[in-house]
Design a protein around this ligand. Structure first.
Ligand code: ZN
Length: 350
């Protein structure tokens, strides 16, 4: 398996300067090969195609799963979108997803039993009501809804419970079968391959857009399958989170190499506008579980080793309770000031 995508560049120019905070910035200008006009993560900004980047954070490692490699977080100086660099090849990413993400990869452990029991209990509804809803699980409505990247259909079931004719879409046949066994309709294909006979009223991209190597195309495809006036619901980590500043390289939401784009409200709205959507809502929440995970990544990280403390239910639960009930003023303030950990955006098809 190819470990890293080859740099599709002829020349890389670097320059250094001090920013306003006295931090050394590395300005990287990447010159693409002449035959490569289309922007890609390695040749240009995914949002604007810009070719000049500054390195915001160097040497970021996978603090969750311990996969090998170090990555930089670089920002397009033109539009401000931050991206992971380098981006692994599609083949390498597919292998990592199959190893670490696929449904069935972890079965019947204490963690998964605890998680399933929690998610399908009334306690979870109560918890999301207190903690904040990072995946639109509390949003009621009607009409046809597609949950992209539905996995085993936990979220899809929530949307159905809230009044929608909810369907899922996922690449994982085994996970889709579990969702079907629960009575859901799940389509197994990519969004590009999906051509429904009846358009949808809502497309949910919950913790999906930051994973794709082409977020612009994903939104274009989402727009294609939406009815006139349909909405896209997006949730993803917020690049302006105060927890990012606090935890630095250990911020759980860098999630390299799986997270490729790191959005802010500004870059998300820019992308939405360019793909035919008008934003109508924007907010932040800071899930206590995310605070707990950043803290565990910071304290228990071991280079190149999966951080098993992230799956320690008692430790995670204790830190979640601490975050929610002791740190709540800071979490609340961060959310209202646009510095929460999770960005939620709703946009309507124009
Ligand atoms: Zn850009």
């Amino acid at each position: 398996m190819q470990e890293h995508q080859e740099h599709q560049v002829d020349q890389v120019h670097q320059d250094h300067q001090l920013n306003d905070d006295g931090v050394l910035e590395i300005i990287t200008a990447v010159a693409p090969r002449s035959e490569e006009r289309e922007p890609s993560p390695e040749t240009g900004c995914l949002l604007c195609g810009g070719l000049v980047f500054r390195t915001m954070l160097a040497g970021v490692e996978d603090t969750r799963l311990g996969t090998s490699g170090t990555y930089d977080i670089r920002q397009c100086v033109h539009c401000g979108l931050e991206q992971t660099s380098p981006v692994l090849s599609p083949e390498a990413l597919k292998g990592l997803y199959q190893k670490h993400y696929n449904f069935g990869g972890e079965k019947d452990t204490l963690y998964t039993r605890w998680r399933e029991r929690f998610f399908f209990s009334p306690c979870y509804r109560l918890w999301t009501w207190i903690d904040g809803d990072a995946a639109f699980y509390w949003r009621g409505g009607s009409g046809r809804l597609l949950d992209v990247g539905c996995n085993e259909g936990r979220g899809t079931r929530m949307y159905a419970r809230n009044g929608f004719q909810a369907e899922g879409l996922d690449l994982n046949e085994a996970a889709a079968q579990v969702a079907r066994d629960a009575g859901l309709t799940v389509h197994v294909c990519t969004l590009e391959e999906f051509h429904p006979e009846v358009p949808y009223d809502v497309v949910v991209l919950s913790h999906v857009l930051e994973h794709t190597g082409d977020p612009r195309q994903m939104l274009i495809e989402a727009r294609r399958i939406l009815a006139d006036g349909g909405q896209v619901w997006i949730s993803c980590p917020n690049g302006e989170s105060w927890l990012r500043r606090m935890f630095g390289r250990y911020w759980i939401n860098w999630h390299v190499p799986f997270h490729i784009s790191h959005f802010t409200a500004k870059t998300m709205f820019h992308l939405l506008a360019e793909t035919g959507f008008a934003p109508i809502e924007e907010s932040q929440v800071t899930p206590a579980s995310w605070v707990a995970q950043s803290f565990i990544a910071y304290v228990y990280d071991k280079k190149g080793v999966q951080n098993r403390q992230l799956r320690n239910p008692l430790r995670v639960a204790a830190l979640m309770l601490f975050a929610r009930f002791i740190l709540f003023p800071a979490l609340w303030l961060g959310n209202v000031r646009g510095r929460g950990d999770c960005l939620l955006a709703v946009a309507v098809k124009t």
